[in-house]
Ligand binder design. Sequence first.
Ligand code: COI
Length: 377
Amino acid sequence: MVARGRAVVILEFEVRPSRSPMPDVERRSILAAPVFGQAFTDHMITLRWDDERGWHDGRLEEYQNISLPPTASVFHYGQEVFEGMKAYRQPDGSVALFRPERNAARFNASAQRLAMPELPVETFVQAVELLVRQERHWVPDGAGTSLYLRPFMIATQPTLGFTLPSRSYLFCVVASPASAYFSTRTGPPALTVWLSEEYARAAPGGTGAAKAGGNYAAAFLAQRQAVEQGCDQVVWLDAAEHTWVEEMGGMNLCFVQQPAGGGPATLMTPALTGTLLPGVTRDSLLQLAARLGLGCEEGRLSVSQWRKHCEEGLITEVFACGTAAVIAPVGHVRGAGGGWTIGDGSPGPVTLRLRDELLGIQYGRTTDELRWMRKVC
Ligand code: COI
C-alpha cells in the first residue's frame, strides 16, 4: 500500500479471541472505579522480530504470561523500551486515541538508542488500534478515566554474550482501564516534590531521552527517598552540576513565569538537551499555551532561580505533565537545603486552564482544531 508517495507497511495480525473473557459484572465493577495500572483487559498484541524474518507472527491473543528462557537478554542487559498512551471515550460513545503517531515515533527513537529494531509507524498504530477495537467495552466513561495502553518491546535472544545486541525481540501491547494518575474528588492535588541532589536520572550521552525501562529502574531509589521525606515525587537535576532542573519522576516539568514588566505569562519547560524525555503531553501543552496567548519557552532553570523566582512572585505556578498524570500541579518543593511553596501551594489558574483545554480535546468536549484525535471505533 502507498500513501503520500511512501510505502506503508501493513502487517497481518492473526486474531485469536479469548475463550474466557472477564464476565461483564466483574468488568463493570472495575470500570466503575479503575485504579491506574491494576487491572488488565482480556487481550494483548504480540509481534515478533528476528534478524532473518524481520517483523512476523503478529497476533491479537488472550492476555497471558510470556514464556521466555531465563537467559533472554532483557533479563540481564535490560534491553527494553515502552510507550504510554490512552484511548478516550467520546461523547457519542466512540473511542479515540490522542496523537498515536507521536508515540510511535518516540518508540522508534527509543528503540534506535537501545540498538533495537524500529517498528513502522503504521504497524505500531495498527497494533494499538486493533487492541482498542477489540477491547472497546473496556474503555471507561467516568470523569478523567481512559484505557491506558502500554506498548513495549523486549530483547528475547537467549544469550549472556555482551558483544552485539539481541537478534530477536518481542513487541507487545497491553491495555488497562485507568483513572488519572494523581487525583482527588475535587480535581488534581498539588504535589510536594523532593529535589534529588544525591542521585541523577540521566547524563549527557546516556539514555535519558529514551523511554527505556532502565531509566525507571534507576529512579526507584530516589523516588523511595522522596517518599521517606514525606514527598510525592522526586525532581531530577542535571547529572553534571546537580543544579539545573530536568524532570519530575517520569514526567516533564513546566513553570508559569510572570514577566517582570507585566503582560502575558510564559510557559517555560526545560529544553530537550538529550537527557530529558520528549513528552507528547509536553509538546501538546506548548502548542496549546501558544494558542491561548501565553509566551512559550524551552529554557533552563537552576534550583536557586526556581526558589528565588517563587519568592519574588515571578514563578507563580509549576506542574508536571505526562500521559498518565495529564497535568499534576506542584505546590511545595523540599530538598536537603530546606523548602518553599509555589504560589499559595494550590493548583493555579494557568495550570487548570491548560488542563481543561487538553482534556477538552481528549474527551471530545472541544473542537479538535489541531486534529490530534484519531477515532478508532
Ligand atoms: C506515562 O505517563 O505514560 C508514563 O509512562 C509514566 C509512568 C511513570 C506511569
